[in-house]
Design a protein around this ligand. Structure first.
Ligand SMILES: [Zn+2]
Length: 121
């Protein structure tokens, strides 16, 4: 069975290794705190994930940008598409951002790592 190679976008979205686009960036999730546990190296090709100490501090800026976009987008959606009051929209937006924050955290780290590591040819 030949598997189609993932695109970079697919690898970022799928939280895959930037070098081989196959290995997972994160450990399997069994409990809530596992959501934040990354592998140290790619299980498939051995690519290091923490390039230097504190490498992922920069991912916080990506997470901040993603959260802001999600917050703004969902507030506008609730207010202008669903016609909720501003207060209701803010409460719903807050709950939504809380709910998706683990995904944002993971996606931000994926984007950040992919920005620094290129695919091995
Ligand atoms: Zn890999």
């Amino acid at each position: 069975m030949s598997k189609k190679k993932r695109s970079r976008g697919g690898a970022i979205w799928g939280l895959k290794c930037p070098a081989c686009r196959e290995g997972n960036l994160f450990k399997p999730v069994n409990k809530f705190t596992d959501l934040f546990e990354m592998e140290n190296n790619c299980p498939n090709c051995g690519q290091r994930y923490e390039l230097e100490i504190g490498f992922y501090w920069g991912a916080m800026y990506v997470a901040y940008a993603l959260s802001s976009a999600a917050a703004l987008g969902s507030t506008l959606l609730f207010m202008f598409v669903f016609d909720f009051s501003m207060m209701t929209s803010f409460v719903l937006m807050f709950l939504l951002v809380m709910l998706v924050s683990p995904s944002i955290f993971r996606l931000a780290r994926s984007i950040w790592l992919h920005a620094f590591v290129n695919k091995k040819e």
